[in-house]
Ligand binder design. Structure first.
Ligand code: 15L
Length: 267
Protein backbone atom coordinates (compact mmCIF):
# COMPACT_ATOMS: atom_id res chain seq x y z
CA UNK A 1 0.00 0.00 0.00
CA UNK A 2 1.71 3.13 -1.24
CA UNK A 3 -1.03 5.66 -1.95
CA UNK A 4 -3.93 5.94 0.47
CA UNK A 5 -6.98 8.18 0.10
CA UNK A 6 -8.93 9.20 3.20
CA UNK A 7 -12.39 10.68 2.55
CA UNK A 8 -14.26 12.69 5.16
CA UNK A 9 -10.95 14.24 6.21
CA UNK A 10 -12.53 17.39 7.64
CA UNK A 11 -14.88 15.51 9.99
CA UNK A 12 -14.51 14.64 13.67
CA UNK A 13 -12.88 11.24 13.04
CA UNK A 14 -11.09 12.30 9.83
CA UNK A 15 -9.37 15.23 11.53
CA UNK A 16 -7.92 12.94 14.19
CA UNK A 17 -6.87 10.36 11.64
CA UNK A 18 -4.99 12.89 9.55
CA UNK A 19 -2.64 13.33 12.49
CA UNK A 20 -2.49 9.69 13.57
CA UNK A 21 -1.82 8.31 10.08
CA UNK A 22 1.05 10.72 9.43
CA UNK A 23 4.11 8.74 8.31
CA UNK A 24 2.31 5.38 8.00
CA UNK A 25 2.08 5.29 4.18
CA UNK A 26 4.33 6.90 1.56
CA UNK A 27 1.49 9.06 0.18
CA UNK A 28 -1.68 10.11 1.99
CA UNK A 29 -4.34 12.03 0.07
CA UNK A 30 -7.16 13.61 2.02
CA UNK A 31 -10.54 14.58 0.67
CA UNK A 32 -13.77 16.17 1.84
CA UNK A 33 -16.43 18.44 0.42
CA UNK A 34 -14.88 21.32 2.39
CA UNK A 35 -11.25 22.05 3.15
CA UNK A 36 -10.31 21.16 6.75
CA UNK A 37 -9.85 24.34 8.78
CA UNK A 38 -6.55 23.06 10.21
CA UNK A 39 -5.07 21.71 6.95
CA UNK A 40 -1.31 22.09 7.02
CA UNK A 41 0.86 22.91 4.02
CA UNK A 42 2.46 19.46 3.94
CA UNK A 43 -0.91 17.65 3.67
CA UNK A 44 -2.25 16.76 0.21
CA UNK A 45 -5.92 17.67 -0.11
CA UNK A 46 -8.46 17.27 -2.93
CA UNK A 47 -11.99 18.61 -2.52
CA UNK A 48 -14.85 16.47 -3.87
CA UNK A 49 -18.59 16.07 -3.55
CA UNK A 50 -19.21 12.33 -3.12
CA UNK A 51 -22.61 12.64 -4.81
CA UNK A 52 -20.88 13.61 -8.09
CA UNK A 53 -19.36 10.53 -9.75
CA UNK A 54 -16.88 12.46 -11.92
CA UNK A 55 -15.45 14.22 -8.89
CA UNK A 56 -15.15 10.93 -7.00
CA UNK A 57 -13.32 9.23 -9.87
CA UNK A 58 -10.78 12.08 -9.90
CA UNK A 59 -9.82 11.68 -6.23
CA UNK A 60 -9.78 7.88 -6.38
CA UNK A 61 -7.66 7.50 -9.51
CA UNK A 62 -4.15 6.24 -8.79
CA UNK A 63 -4.60 5.19 -5.17
CA UNK A 64 -4.08 1.66 -3.82
CA UNK A 65 -6.37 1.86 -0.82
CA UNK A 66 -9.22 4.01 0.46
CA UNK A 67 -10.38 4.76 3.99
CA UNK A 68 -13.95 5.90 3.38
CA UNK A 69 -15.15 8.07 6.25
CA UNK A 70 -16.96 10.55 4.01
CA UNK A 71 -20.69 11.22 4.13
CA UNK A 72 -23.17 12.40 6.73
CA UNK A 73 -22.23 11.07 10.16
CA UNK A 74 -25.49 11.31 12.12
CA UNK A 75 -29.21 10.96 11.42
CA UNK A 76 -30.42 13.28 8.69
CA UNK A 77 -33.40 13.81 6.41
CA UNK A 78 -33.80 11.46 3.45
CA UNK A 79 -32.34 13.73 0.73
CA UNK A 80 -29.22 14.30 2.86
CA UNK A 81 -28.69 10.60 3.61
CA UNK A 82 -29.53 9.61 0.03
CA UNK A 83 -26.98 11.95 -1.54
CA UNK A 84 -24.11 11.84 0.94
CA UNK A 85 -24.29 8.23 2.12
CA UNK A 86 -26.16 6.12 -0.42
CA UNK A 87 -25.20 7.73 -3.75
CA UNK A 88 -21.86 8.83 -2.28
CA UNK A 89 -20.97 5.32 -1.16
CA UNK A 90 -22.05 3.81 -4.48
CA UNK A 91 -19.89 6.33 -6.37
CA UNK A 92 -16.95 5.51 -4.13
CA UNK A 93 -17.11 1.74 -4.71
CA UNK A 94 -17.84 2.05 -8.42
CA UNK A 95 -14.94 4.48 -8.93
CA UNK A 96 -12.66 2.24 -6.83
CA UNK A 97 -13.56 -0.72 -9.02
CA UNK A 98 -13.15 1.14 -12.32
CA UNK A 99 -9.80 2.67 -11.36
CA UNK A 100 -8.51 -0.64 -9.96
CA UNK A 101 -8.13 0.34 -6.33
CA UNK A 102 -7.19 -2.77 -4.33
CA UNK A 103 -8.69 -2.15 -0.91
CA UNK A 104 -11.44 -0.18 0.78
CA UNK A 105 -11.91 0.26 4.51
CA UNK A 106 -15.44 1.50 5.06
CA UNK A 107 -16.58 3.41 8.12
CA UNK A 108 -19.81 1.60 8.88
CA UNK A 109 -21.46 2.24 12.22
CA UNK A 110 -22.96 0.62 15.29
CA UNK A 111 -26.21 2.20 14.07
CA UNK A 112 -26.48 -0.50 11.37
CA UNK A 113 -27.34 -2.82 14.27
CA UNK A 114 -28.62 -0.25 16.77
CA UNK A 115 -31.98 -1.92 17.46
CA UNK A 116 -30.43 -4.93 19.18
CA UNK A 117 -31.24 -4.77 22.89
CA UNK A 118 -28.38 -3.97 25.20
CA UNK A 119 -28.59 -7.32 27.01
CA UNK A 120 -27.88 -9.22 23.76
CA UNK A 121 -24.25 -9.76 22.80
CA UNK A 122 -23.94 -9.75 19.03
CA UNK A 123 -21.26 -10.87 16.62
CA UNK A 124 -20.78 -9.93 12.97
CA UNK A 125 -23.10 -12.70 11.77
CA UNK A 126 -26.37 -11.05 12.86
CA UNK A 127 -29.01 -9.59 10.57
CA UNK A 128 -28.74 -5.80 10.36
CA UNK A 129 -31.21 -3.90 12.59
CA UNK A 130 -30.68 -0.22 11.66
CA UNK A 131 -31.96 2.40 14.08
CA UNK A 132 -32.20 5.36 11.66
CA UNK A 133 -31.99 6.34 7.99
CA UNK A 134 -28.31 6.87 8.78
CA UNK A 135 -28.06 3.27 10.06
CA UNK A 136 -29.78 2.02 6.91
CA UNK A 137 -27.19 3.85 4.80
CA UNK A 138 -24.40 2.10 6.73
CA UNK A 139 -26.04 -1.30 6.21
CA UNK A 140 -26.27 -0.38 2.51
CA UNK A 141 -22.55 0.44 2.49
CA UNK A 142 -21.72 -2.96 4.00
CA UNK A 143 -23.90 -4.71 1.41
CA UNK A 144 -22.25 -2.75 -1.40
CA UNK A 145 -18.82 -3.65 0.00
CA UNK A 146 -19.76 -7.34 -0.05
CA UNK A 147 -20.94 -7.05 -3.66
CA UNK A 148 -17.73 -5.42 -4.90
CA UNK A 149 -15.64 -7.92 -2.92
CA UNK A 150 -17.49 -11.04 -4.07
CA UNK A 151 -18.12 -9.99 -7.66
CA UNK A 152 -15.03 -7.92 -8.45
CA UNK A 153 -12.36 -9.01 -5.94
CA UNK A 154 -12.00 -5.67 -4.17
CA UNK A 155 -10.71 -6.29 -0.63
CA UNK A 156 -13.19 -4.69 1.72
CA UNK A 157 -13.25 -4.20 5.47
CA UNK A 158 -16.32 -2.69 7.14
CA UNK A 159 -15.80 -1.17 10.57
CA UNK A 160 -18.96 -0.91 12.67
CA UNK A 161 -17.60 2.01 14.60
CA UNK A 162 -18.88 2.73 18.10
CA UNK A 163 -17.87 6.14 19.41
CA UNK A 164 -14.43 7.62 18.75
CA UNK A 165 -13.05 10.02 21.35
CA UNK A 166 -10.47 10.58 24.05
CA UNK A 167 -12.71 8.84 26.60
CA UNK A 168 -16.21 7.34 26.88
CA UNK A 169 -18.58 10.25 27.53
CA UNK A 170 -21.58 8.44 29.10
CA UNK A 171 -22.80 5.00 30.14
CA UNK A 172 -23.61 3.83 26.61
CA UNK A 173 -20.14 4.78 25.41
CA UNK A 174 -18.60 2.57 28.15
CA UNK A 175 -19.78 -0.29 25.92
CA UNK A 176 -18.90 1.15 22.50
CA UNK A 177 -15.94 3.48 23.03
CA UNK A 178 -13.14 3.34 20.45
CA UNK A 179 -9.78 4.86 21.28
CA UNK A 180 -8.49 6.70 18.17
CA UNK A 181 -5.24 4.68 18.14
CA UNK A 182 -7.29 1.45 18.15
CA UNK A 183 -9.17 2.72 15.11
CA UNK A 184 -5.81 3.19 13.38
CA UNK A 185 -4.97 -0.44 14.21
CA UNK A 186 -8.24 -1.63 12.63
CA UNK A 187 -7.71 0.51 9.53
CA UNK A 188 -4.20 -0.83 9.07
CA UNK A 189 -5.45 -4.42 9.30
CA UNK A 190 -7.99 -3.60 6.58
CA UNK A 191 -5.37 -1.98 4.36
CA UNK A 192 -2.54 -4.45 4.91
CA UNK A 193 -3.57 -7.89 6.17
CA UNK A 194 -2.94 -10.42 3.37
CA UNK A 195 -6.05 -12.51 4.16
CA UNK A 196 -8.68 -9.77 3.94
CA UNK A 197 -11.36 -10.43 1.30
CA UNK A 198 -14.57 -9.13 2.88
CA UNK A 199 -14.69 -8.66 6.64
CA UNK A 200 -16.82 -6.87 9.21
CA UNK A 201 -15.19 -5.76 12.48
CA UNK A 202 -16.61 -3.87 15.43
CA UNK A 203 -14.89 -0.58 16.04
CA UNK A 204 -14.56 -0.73 19.81
CA UNK A 205 -11.69 -0.85 22.27
CA UNK A 206 -11.13 -3.41 25.01
CA UNK A 207 -14.35 -2.54 26.85
CA UNK A 208 -15.49 -4.76 29.71
CA UNK A 209 -19.13 -3.69 29.14
CA UNK A 210 -19.00 -4.39 25.38
CA UNK A 211 -22.18 -5.59 23.64
CA UNK A 212 -20.19 -6.95 20.72
CA UNK A 213 -18.21 -10.09 20.15
CA UNK A 214 -15.21 -8.78 18.25
CA UNK A 215 -13.41 -12.10 17.86
CA UNK A 216 -13.36 -11.65 14.08
CA UNK A 217 -11.11 -8.59 14.45
CA UNK A 218 -8.94 -10.40 17.00
CA UNK A 219 -8.53 -13.26 14.51
CA UNK A 220 -6.78 -10.74 12.24
CA UNK A 221 -4.49 -9.60 15.04
CA UNK A 222 -6.47 -6.68 16.53
CA UNK A 223 -5.23 -6.00 20.07
CA UNK A 224 -7.05 -2.90 21.35
CA UNK A 225 -5.24 -0.80 23.93
CA UNK A 226 -8.10 1.39 25.17
CA UNK A 227 -10.12 0.24 28.22
CA UNK A 228 -13.38 2.11 28.76
CA UNK A 229 -13.56 0.84 32.34
CA UNK A 230 -10.63 3.13 33.26
CA UNK A 231 -13.03 6.06 32.72
CA UNK A 232 -16.16 4.62 34.40
CA UNK A 233 -16.31 7.27 37.14
CA UNK A 234 -16.34 10.25 34.80
CA UNK A 235 -18.68 8.54 32.28
CA UNK A 236 -21.26 7.76 34.97
CA UNK A 237 -21.01 11.28 36.39
CA UNK A 238 -21.80 12.63 32.91
CA UNK A 239 -24.62 10.09 32.54
CA UNK A 240 -26.26 11.30 35.76
CA UNK A 241 -26.71 14.74 34.18
CA UNK A 242 -28.52 13.39 31.08
CA UNK A 243 -32.33 13.32 30.81
CA UNK A 244 -33.85 9.84 31.00
CA UNK A 245 -34.55 8.13 27.66
CA UNK A 246 -36.37 4.80 28.30
CA UNK A 247 -36.35 3.65 24.66
CA UNK A 248 -32.79 4.80 24.01
CA UNK A 249 -31.59 3.07 27.17
CA UNK A 250 -33.13 -0.23 26.11
CA UNK A 251 -31.29 -0.48 22.78
CA UNK A 252 -27.65 -0.37 21.71
CA UNK A 253 -28.18 2.59 19.36
CA UNK A 254 -29.32 4.87 22.19
CA UNK A 255 -30.98 8.13 21.14
CA UNK A 256 -30.85 7.10 17.46
CA UNK A 257 -33.52 4.52 18.45
CA UNK A 258 -35.74 6.88 20.45
CA UNK A 259 -35.63 9.68 17.89
CA UNK A 260 -38.92 9.57 15.85
CA UNK A 261 -39.85 6.36 17.73
CA UNK A 262 -43.59 5.61 17.70
CA UNK A 263 -43.79 1.83 17.38
CA UNK A 264 -46.48 1.78 20.08
CA UNK A 265 -48.81 4.23 18.39
CA UNK A 266 -52.52 3.47 18.02
CA UNK A 267 -53.40 2.76 14.39
C1 15L B 1 -22.02 7.27 14.91
O1 15L B 1 -22.10 6.49 13.98
C2 15L B 1 -21.88 8.71 14.68
O2 15L B 1 -21.12 9.00 13.54
C3 15L B 1 -21.29 9.43 15.87
O3 15L B 1 -21.52 10.81 15.69
C4 15L B 1 -21.88 8.96 17.19
O4 15L B 1 -23.23 9.33 17.26
C5 15L B 1 -21.73 7.46 17.30
O5 15L B 1 -22.26 6.81 16.18
C6 15L B 1 -22.40 6.89 18.56
O6 15L B 1 -23.23 5.98 18.44
O7 15L B 1 -22.06 7.32 19.65
Amino acid sequence: MQNILVTGAAGHVGSRLRKLLKGTYPRLVFSDIRTPADLSSNEEFLAADLADYAQVEKIVAGVDGIVHLGGYSIEGDWPTILNANIIGCYNLFEAAYRTRVKRVVLASSNHAVGFYPREKKIGVDVTVRPDSRYGVSKAFGEALGALYADKHGLRVTCLRIGNVGDAPVDQRRLSIWLKPEDLVQLIRIGLEHPDIRFEVFYGCSDNEAAWWDNSNARRFGYRPQGRAEDFRGQAMAAQAKLPSDPIGERYQGGSFCSEEYDANRES
